[in-house]
Design a protein around this ligand. Structure first.
Ligand SMILES: *[C@@H]1O[C@H](CO)[C@@H](O)[C@H](O)[C@H]1NC(C)=O
Ligand SMILES: *[C@@H]1O[C@H](CO)[C@@H](O)[C@H](O)[C@H]1NC(C)=O
Ligand SMILES: *[C@@H]1O[C@H](CO)[C@@H](O)[C@H](O)[C@H]1NC(C)=O
Length: 558
């Protein structure tokens, strides 16, 4: 009987018929200590061309799983009675591993079809997902990562410039994961090889060296320009943040510790920001946004723990600086349209920080177009901090401007190569914050070394791409890279979140109406059982797909 489970080869046939996707290059999977990574070398790196949707009844599904799917694409049709099955990755048998067979197997990972067979699984859970494009929420600004001094150092050392191009394209090209946002530091940050800023010379209130790039920015700016060129990213939105003023402008005359900006230099520090924006523009990198400074509370409460560049602000001092200096300086300049973000710190300071600012200088928060958040304490401080912020300041752009794993005492402060658990942590937090109304997300270092560095304070964490610094000839895409990609790749700037309501907790999901009127939905099955998902769209009807345990997917249709 047709109406029973299983029995579809449609996906594979359709894909062969269309053919276009064969320019995609599958992941070269390798077993690493904690799971599987995808290996890129100068002459090989995985890409996935964005699926095209020919007909209103067609859908495409991109899948990644703990077992080893990495952006495997399958296709089907709404209105089909049978259950589609996303076949999970199976290890090739040892005898099958020669070059010919391997390349055919890898093709299958990309061209992986919905299969004939029902998965042999003891339990299958099921859920109905209702998608409704008439119920709309926030408009997305996009997704991105950070280009730190650590990234510059690693890329400079790559043996072959082609490897750097693969890094750039993997993140910022359309057949990579389609990033359009980037965060860079104004001067140095904790992921640099030393602490530095512009205007380091004592008393240089004229900022006399800010007419040219510091030696530590020369290479970074050149690399980012190359990234823009080879990736073809269309509207790269760069957000800058300063970690610290030069020591002479600070109360403690140091890069770190309990140090604040001296009142005498409030205007100098505002001028410094404007000069930096101009400097970047003059060097071919137009700046989209700045923040009022990275993690202001580090220099006030956490100075005993934080060893890296930081400068303390309280909401009341920051209100004065923003309202009397930075705000007017920017708004009265040729760069008046620069987006200004406030806070750039953890959830526990939302919305208290902005309320206090506004008390000190009424309407100072009007200078802020957006509020930016670091994800590190999201698990401890609940969603009410964000709900209250949205209620307090409903018109601000909400961006997560930093995220990585390995910062906590209970986490390994190092990359865990192949960790699917870390990918899941990303997926969960992206889903949670997007559902809370966030408009965009910028991850931390796009690439680090095997130790999770380098930097001048041995502050080591994980990253979505890890470079091999023994050879500098390859890098590894972590499962986290694909987790992020399931959001960024098919959700371009201007996409609007729509209602996506699952009938139970077995599915975690968000969905968007894209500017091209296609629907993209992220489907996350974190369970240990496979899951039958009945997708119901108010216009297109429904279909059922069975997805494996521990898998994440992006669905695309008209
Ligand atoms: C690879 O393995 C396949 C299947 O075992 C075999 O048919 C083929 O001849 C092998 N190719 C090479 C180059 O060894
Ligand atoms: C900021 O303060 C002013 C003056 O007290 C008040 O009118 C305004 O509503 C406040 N804005 C916010 C967002 O709280
Ligand atoms: C880096 O490459 C070297 C040489 O091929 C290899 O021995 C080492 O295992 C690689 N490192 C990782 C983390 O895979």
């Amino acid at each position: 009987m047709l109406a029973t489970r299983g029995s579809l080869v449609l996906g594979f046939l359709l894909l062969s018929a269309i053919g276009g996707n064969f320019e995609s290059i599958p992941c070269k999977l390798r077993d690493a200590e904690h799971g599987k990574v995808c290996v890129c070398t100068a002459d090989y790196c995985d890409y996935l061309e964005n699926p095209t949707i020919a007909d209103d009844s067609d859908f495409a599904l991109i899948s990644s799983s703990k077992q080893g799917l990495r952006f495997a694409t399958s296709r089907g049709k709404f209105g089909t009675e049978e259950v589609y099955t996303v076949e999970d990755y199976v290890e090739p048998t040892p005898e099958a591993v020669n070059e010919t067979v391997l390349s055919r197997l890898m093709d299958r990972v990309v061209a992986r079809a919905f299969t004939l067979e029902t998965r042999e699984s003891s339990i299958t859970r099921s859920v109905t997902l209702q998608l409704d494009r008439s119920k709309t929420h926030q408009k997305m600004v996009g997704f991105g990562g950070s280009y730190t001094g650590a990234v510059t150092y690693l890329v400079e050392n790559f043996k072959d410039p082609e490897l750097a191009d693969h890094l750039y394209k993997s993140f910022y090209a359309e057949d990579g994961i389609g990033f359009n946002l980037m965060r860079i530091s104004i001067g140095g940050c904790d992921f640099d090889l030393d602490a530095w800023s512009y205007a380091e010379e004592e008393g240089d209130t004229l900022l006399s060296d800010m007419d040219q790039l510091d030696e530590r920015d020369v290479e970074r700016v050149a690399q980012i320009k190359r990234l823009i060129e080879v990736s073809g990213v269309k509207n790269l939105l760069i957000k800058g943040a300063a970690w610290s003023a030069p020591p002479w402008m600070k109360t403690n005359n140091r890069w770190t510790g309990f140090g604040r900006l001296k009142r005498d230099y409030y205007q100098t520090w505002a001028d410094y920001h404007l000069q930096w924006i101009k400097l970047m523009e003059d060097n071919g990198l137009p700046i989209w946004a700045i923040s009022t400074g990275n993690e202001p509370l580090n220099g006030i409460f956490f100075m005993y723990f934080v060893k890296f560049m930081s400068m303390g602000w309280t909401p009341w001092t920051q209100a004065i600086w923003l309202n009397d200096h930075l705000g007017p300086t920017i708004r009265n300049s040729e760069f008046k349209d620069i987006v200004i973000f406030g806070n750039d710190d953890q959830r526990y300071s939302f919305p208290w920080w902005f309320q206090r600012m506004n008390k000190t200088r009424p309407n100072s928060v009007d200078y802020l177009d957006g509020l930016s958040l670091h994800w590190y304490w999201d698990e401890i401080f609940g969603s009410s901090f964000i709900d209250n912020t949205r209620e307090y300041a409903p018109d601000k752009i909400l961006i997560v401007s930093e995220s990585c794993i390995g910062d906590k005492p209970w986490q390994a402060a190092a990359p865990l190569l192949g960790s699917w658990e870390r990918a899941e942590k990303y997926a969960r937090d992206y889903l949670a914050n997007i559902k809370l109304g966030f408009h965009g997300w910028i991850d931390w270092n796009i690439c680090l070394d095997e130790e999770g560095g380098p930097n001048y304070v041995d502050n080591t964490v994980d990253a979505p791409v890890i470079a091999n610094t023994t050879t500098f000839e390859e890098f590894y895409k972590q499962p986290m890279f694909y987790a992020i990609g399931h959001f960024s790749k098919l959700v371009p700037e201007g996409s609007i979140r729509i209602d996506a309501i699952p009938s139970n907790v077995n599915l975690n999901t968000v969905a968007f109406l894209r500017p091209d009127n296609k629907i993209a939905a992220v489907l996350f099955n974190s369970g240990r059982a496979d899951l039958d998902i009945t997708v119901v769209d108010s216009l297109r009807g429904k279909f059922i797909v069975n997805v494996p345990a521990k898998s994440i997917h992006t669905l695309l249709y008209n």
